[in-house]
Design a protein around this ligand. Structure first.
Ligand code: UDX
Length: 457
């Protein structure tokens, strides 16, 4: 099928490359000339495992191309995916200006039936707004003969595993309008996604608003599990229980399950914080307070400070003659994404308390340098006390440090040589925000070890 993807950000590019890979003819459009130039030159503007190869091979096979030409992109696809950004407004609601601008262009230039797919995460009711904008443009053109239908097809991609998630989805949610155009749109969507349903029907068809809601509900549920476990972990620290044992104890109940119950330094990224805020806002706009979810956000903000509080408890409030190694900057492994990353809160607290920091991350160092310019705009001199490494051997940054602080669970940090660690550090102290190691093993090795909710030993 001919497919157009509007927006070559993270979601758009993954969707475009994957749909091309299963044989569609995909044209990706972005107004950002630099991005399109990069893509046309064979580069990709984001770090995502497997995506570069997929873009390259499908571009070479001429199934995937890139353009800044709006008119050509509208003409190309019978299915038009809107995958542009929806950054939070000042009040936390999703900013729809890019989504609606894309809709306006579709209305301006379309010349035949179009299935318009909302892929970006958007508030409940957005599909109606998109339809109204397209209709408005058609009315202006006097082309009331042209038909279209707006479908909601939210993405559930995890950064770092997005290609895999797209190619092997748990579910494909399609929200459509139950009218003639809507049914035609649904048939097109079913055809497009048929290759993913070969062995097992994964499509969940529903009305548009429920589909829009489903995306927020999924992220809200997952974030709730994390904040819930983080709160219990902090209590476990107080009462001498081990949250990891508790996780396994409760996870064996199939109603609960094991996954997404890891206590840590709080969730970050581009989705959870933004979507939780947006859903909270949607509720308030509709006269309801989501009390559980508002607490989820509050708990998460506090959780990002738990690790540094442990550091301050041990070393005191003035860290000016201390130096720390920091392992992991990205909000999670296999990405360079620093949006809402807990490491930013940790760095903020350490540097402002006077510490020196040597930070390691395999991928996210450049992106960290960029965001720290913004975080420390009020005190740029503090940045002289932090240095970065993306060396293959993360142990290098341990030399002469007072403690190691772990914020992201990159594979390279999983099994450090403890004898070497002890030899390198001033004293072997680890604050582990991702509970990577067994407290008993650390104790035996003579390493002072504090995880999150693991102080029972
Ligand atoms: C998430 C959703 O998983 C995905 O379905 C949606 O489309 C976008 O948002 P992503 O933000 O890429 O994806 O990352 P995810 O792997 O879900 O992790 C989110 C955050 O939660 C990370 O900061 C991670 O460290 C944290 N987390 C996750 C925990 O603290 N504990 C857990 O048990 C799981």
């Amino acid at each position: 099928m001919n497919v157009t993807i509007i927006g070559t950000g993270y979601v758009g590019l993954v969707t475009g490359a994957c749909l091309a890979d299963i044989g569609n003819n995909v044209l990706c459009m972005d107004l950002d000339t630099r991005k399109i130039d990069t893509l046309n030159a064979g580069g990709i503007p984001i770090y995502e495992p497997g995506l570069g190869e997929l873009v390259e091979s499908n571009a070479a096979a001429k199934r995937l191309s890139f353009t800044t030409d709006i008119e050509a992109s509208v003409a190309h696809g019978e299915v038009q995916f809107i995958a542009v950004g929806t950054p939070p407004d000042e009040d936390g609601s999703a900013d729809l200006q890019y989504v609606l601008a894309a809709a306006r262009n579709i209305g301006k230039y379309m010349n035949g039936f179009k299935v318009v797919v909302d892929k970006s995460t958007v508030p409940v009711g957005t599909a109606d707004k998109v339809a109204a904008v397209i209709q408005e443009e058609l009315d202006k053109r006097g082309r009331t003969d042209l038909r279209f239908s707006v479908v909601s097809n939210p993405e559930f991609l995890k950064e770092g595993a997005a290609v895999e998630d797209f190619m092997r989805p748990d579910r494909i949610v399609i929200g459509y309008s139950d009218d003639e155009d809507g049914r035609e749109a649904l048939a097109a969507m079913r055809k497009l996604y048929a290759p993913f349903n070969r062995n097992h029907e994964r499509t969940r068809v529903m009305d548009v608003r429920s589909a829009e809601f489903t995306k927020y509900a999924a992220n809200a549920m997952l974030a709730t599990r994390i904040s819930f476990m983080n709160e219990l972990a902090n209590l476990a620290d107080r009462v001498g229980a081990d949250i990891e044992a508790v996780r396994q104890g409760i996870g064996s109940d199939p109603r609960i399950g094991y996954s997404f119950l890891y206590a840590g330094t709080g969730y970050g990224g581009s989705c959870f914080p933004k979507d939780i805020q947006a859903l909270t806002r949607i509720a308030r706009d509709n006269g309801q307070t989501l009390r559980v979810l508002e607490s989820v956000e509050e708990v998460n903000d506090e959780q990002k400070r738990v690790l540094t509080q442990k550091v301050l408890d041990r070393f005191g409030p003035d860290l000016s003659d201390r130096s720390f190694a920091l392992w992991g900057l990205a909000f999670k492994p296999n990405t360079d994404d620093m949006r809402e990353a807990p490491s930013r809160v940790v760095l903020d607290a350490l540097l402002r308390a006077g510490a020196r920091v040597v930070a390691h991350d395999p991928i996210a160092v450049d992106e960290t340098r960029r965001v720290l310019q913004l975080d420390f705009a009020d005190a740029p001199a503090l940045l002289e006390r932090v240095s970065f490494s993306s060396a293959k051997d993360p142990m290098e940054v341990l030399a002469g440090t007072d403690a190691l602080i772990i914020v992201t669970e990159w594979k390279a940090y999983r099994s450090p040589n403890l004898e070497r660690l002890k030899a390198l550090m001033k004293s072997p102290v680890i604050f582990d925000g991702r509970n990577l190691y067994e407290p008993g093993v650390m104790k035996e090795a003579g390493v002072v070890y504090q995880g999150i909710g693991r102080n029972s030993l």
